[in-house]
Design a binder for this molecule. Structure first.
Ligand code: MG
Length: 379
């Protein structure tokens, strides 16, 4: 393996110049990056965080997000979000926030495209099942799995395992995985991606649930956040109804959340005198909503929790997904020779349960269903 890189690899003048023109003092400058684990020469014109973003998008794990469940499985229809389209929407919102706050957009994008890359098939039910299966081997979380993927499991370069991403991109994911136990606060670029994730799923899970008929527009209009958004929309247009109202409210909700987040975050930057990255690391959480909107969002989340995530149709899909994953986990443990060769070989280093977990977590929903039917279905 090549040696670890010096903390500050020299970078092209064009990148330094561009960032010094565009970035706010509290943004993460790529010249201040702690660098990569394995030494690599700087690219002649691409900034390091832009390379990180591109490496993630070119990874197999990223492409597989297109056939992974966000909330609703692919069997239910073609309208709703997959893990990939959710990721793209998070990236768009995060980049808008990052640009408005003059943060490092390359880093924001790298963190956004990485944020859900560790999800196993079948959404959160898949995650719970793998966590249960791996209980005696350290458990499973999609946030930690993302780190295993980018540091170890992706094999795209001859000299090192993983994608050899910049320290700050890994650190952003570590913050998602550990959250409370860290003594250094996350960079604003990381905080912006967290906020964009919440804006995206709070808005789109409701949209998807309505399209699938699990939730009616009338029910959502009783939730204060939706009621207020509908009032705003109807003050601009003459009494919209049905699909027109629904789409207009969705636009309004995203715009309202983004505008509120920017105003509140800018106020906190000023109030806490956030004048550089060190102040960000020491300071309280900066990127956040006003108390009013945070409360309205929490009410919507309660409704989504009861009416969507625990809808009988969703629970039934979850049950099926869980039993299939459990059978596959037990099946591969029992017959490890069924694993692809590269995984089989890795079991020596990481133990069989973790290796089976890695293999199952990497599967798309449809590949998992196919392999289950081929190898483990009971007739
Ligand atoms: Mg997400």
């Amino acid at each position: 393996m090549p040696p670890e890189s010096p903390p500050n690899s020299p970078q092209p003048d064009a990148v330094t110049e561009r960032e010094s023109l565009l970035l706010a003092p509290y943004a993460m400058n790529s010249a201040d990056s702690a660098g990569r684990k394995y030494a690599e020469p700087a690219h002649s014109y691409r900034a390091p965080f832009a390379r990180d973003r591109d490496r993630i998008i070119h990874s197999a794990a990223y492409r597989r997000l297109s056939y992974k469940t966000q909330v609703f499985t692919g069997e239910l229809g073609d309208y709703h979000r997959s893990r990939l389209t959710h990721t793209i929407e998070v990236n768009l919102i995060a980049r808008t926030l990052g640009r408005a706050l003059r943060l490092n957009e390359d880093l924001v994008e790298a963190l956004a495209v990485q944020h859900d890359i560790g999800h196993p098939p079948f959404g959160h039910s898949g995650e719970e099942t793998l966590d249960e299966c791996l209980r005696d081997s350290g458990g499973f979380s999609h946030n930690r799995q993302a780190l295993r993927i980018v540091e170890l499991l992706e094999r795209r370069y001859p000299n090192f395992p993983g994608l050899n991403l910049s320290r700050e991109v890994l650190e952003g994911q570590e913050a998602r995985a550990e959250r409370e136990s860290r003594d250094r606060g996350p960079l604003l670029e990381t905080q912006v991606v967290d906020a964009a994730d919440s804006i995206a799923y709070d808005t789109h899970d409701a949209d998807d649930a309505m399209e699938l008929g699990l939730l009616q527009l009338g029910e959502l209009l009783e939730v204060p956040l939706w009621r207020e958004a509908a009032r705003r929309v109807n003050s601009r247009y003459a009494n919209l109804a049905g699909g027109d109202l629904r789409r207009a409210v969705l636009h309004e909700l995203i715009d309202w959340q983004v505008t509120d987040l920017l105003a509140e975050s800018r106020a906190r930057i000023e109030r806490f005198e956030i004048n550089g990255v060190e102040a960000v690391r020491r300071g309280p959480r900066i990127i956040g909503h006003s108390q009013e909107l945070a409360e309205l969002k929490a009410e919507l989340e309660t409704t989504l929790h009861h009416r969507v995530y625990r809808h009988p149709q969703v629970l039934q899909m979850r049950g099926q997904a869980q039993s299939r994953l459990e059978e596959m986990f037990a099946g591969y443990l029992h017959r490890p020779e069924l694993l692809p060769e590269a995984f089989f070989a890795r079991a020596t280093d990481f133990g069989l349960p973790r290796t089976v977990g890695d293999y199952l977590a990497g599967m798309t929903d449809r590949f998992a269903l196919r392999e289950h039917a081929r190898l483990f279905a009971r007739d």
